[in-house]
Design a protein around this ligand. Structure first.
Ligand code: C2O
Ligand code: CU
Length: 489
């Protein structure tokens, strides 16, 4: 597929009849099973969906501009599912694109076998293939789903969707809007620039210059004057870290990665913004000015402020409520800090020695098989605790970064020794962000936390059974080594 010099290329050669003699090499060396088989017969779906990945056209360069071939589920850019809390979801993924893929429900606490990580939890889904996920949706909030193979290529071309788990106990807002932020790497004719370049993959990532919200340059939304608007903002970009700020109204952060926190006034946060890396989500409560003046929402990180949404007054609420409208407290396993076992992991630039192209010639079928089956790049730039996910010359999964016990509490410190920020994500859990050495974060639950250069962030969680990956969500970073896994038995 898309191929910058970083060599993140993995075409659908699997369908092309390449011999698979080499595949045995790829089986991760695993001892013991991390999970008791999930009792499928006891799972009674209350909702069923099919999500088919495929190509479609979208005019990303404006209504007059050329169309771009993007990837989407069911022909709907950022397809959005809404389900009530407690739903038992049967989601069938159908791979309608021309290379291997899987579906991962980001942030959902679920049985490990439905997590969608090729090699570790399931085989890669070949073109035309399908995979059934059984998901108990017990945590309300703003989640999303995306492929877990060639993410730079597939998510980079738009393959992602939104999963909103609604909670009937939530306060009633006067309006609600979902905003998916994503940049695109486009040429003027609507085709793609290389989605990854070595200079990006080895540094802050390869940025797109065409910025969009819900596929448009900006959106204008309506809300009654004096009313409360719930904004669900998702950073589904591959690369960009954003500083979300609001002007013109009162704004409170009421949830992070879907999970409620005691509302924090945005103005009370450092610089009056919430810094959000790829894969992170926030819910804001915005109180519209009573006089009908508009509110703007933007990314203030770049020198060129990107104002992606304007809320204009339409009508007026009868009785104005003071804010904030807090969500019910998150009901998540609470780590027992006194008894917790501690781990510390360091995010690193890979050593020079590891930064090498795969030792086999790139057109060797075995080299391709290695890269395709593990869904990785052919170059290593990054590591966690001196280990890299198999890339470059590494052929097998590294040993787990940690072995943990189901139901036990862990405090995991993440230290960033690189010059770049990394949004670090743990699958299958919601962890509590306890502290930041830079003192910039309120305590909150999350599934992804942004760790700044030189910063150490402490997280705590109760371990759930399974093999769970732990990786940077700057997609080029994860695909060039910044990924490891925990085994919980
Ligand atoms: Cu959004 Cu490995 O995940
Ligand atoms: Cu990173």
């Amino acid at each position: 597929m898309t191929n910058g010099g970083a060599g993140l290329s993995r075409r659908a050669f699997l369908g092309a009849g390449v011999a698979f003699g080499g595949m045995a090499l790829l089986a991760p060396s695993r001892t013991g099973a991390a999970r008791a088989p999930f009792d499928v017969s006891a799972f009674k779906p209350t909702q069923e969906v099919t999500l088919t990945a495929g190509e479609m056209e979208l005019k990303l360069l404006g209504p007059e501009g050329p169309a771009t071939r993007i990837l989407a589920y069911d022909g709907t850019p950022f397809r959005t599912l809404r389900m009530p809390r407690g739903t038992r979801l049967k989601a069938t993924f159908v791979n309608g694109i021309d290379e291997g893929s899987t579906l991962h429900f980001h942030g959902i606490r679920m049985p490990n076998e439905f997590d969608g990580v090729p090699t570790l939890t399931q085989p890669l889904v070949q073109p035309g293939g399908r995979f059934v996920h059984l998901l108990p949706l017990d945590d309300p909030g703003t989640f999303f789903f995306h492929p877990h193979c060639d993410e730079t290529g597939q998510a980079g071309k738009g393959l992602a969707g939104v999963l909103i788990v609604e909670d009937s106990r939530d306060p009633v807002f006067d309006a609600e809007h979902v905003l998916c932020l994503k940049d695109w790497r486009l040429k003027e004719d609507g085709s793609y620039l290389p989605l990854s370049e070595p200079d990006g993959a080895s540094k802050a990532g390869t940025f797109g210059a065409t910025r969009t919200v819900n596929g448009a340059a900006s959106v204008e939304l309506k809300a009654p004057a004096g009313g409360h608007v719930r904004l669900r903002i998702l950073n589904i970009d591959s690369t960009r870290i954003m500083d979300i700020g609001v002007e013109g109204g009162e704004a409170w952060l009421i949830a992070v990665d879907g999970h409620a926190l005691p509302p924090v006034r945005l103005d009370d946060l450092p610089d009056g913004i919430w810094r959000m890396g790829p894969a992170q989500r926030i819910d804001l409560d915005i109180r519209m000015p009573a006089d009908g003046s508009p509110v703007t929402v933007g990314d203030y990180r770049a020198a060129d402020i990107y104002q992606f949404a304007t809320l204009t007054a339409a009508g007026k609420v009868g009785k104005s409520r003071k804010g904030p409208l807090a969500l019910p407290k998150a009901e998540l396993p609470k780590p027992a800090l006194k008894q917790a076992t501690r781990f510390s992991f360091t995010l690193q630039q890979a050593t020079d020695q590891a930064v090498k192209d795969i030792a086999l010639p790139p057109d060797d079928p075995l080299a391709k098989a290695l890269i395709d089956s593990l869904c990785v790049g052919s170059t290593t730039y990054w590591g966690i605790q001196s280990e890299s996910w198999p890339t470059g010359t590494r052929r097998n999964l590294p040993p787990p970064l940690a072995r943990m016990e189901e139901g036990a509490s862990y405090v995991v410190e993440i230290k960033n020794e690189t010059r770049f920020p990394h949004p670090v994500h743990l699958h299958g859990h919601a962890f509590e962000v306890m502290s930041s050495s830079l003192g910039r974060l309120p305590r909150h639950f999350a599934d992804t936390v942004l760790v700044q250069p030189g910063e150490a962030v402490e997280t705590a969680f109760v371990a759930a059974r399974g093999d769970w990956v732990f990786h940077c969500h700057i997609l080029e970073h994860m695909e060039t080594g910044m990924m490891g896994w925990f085994r919980v038995v």
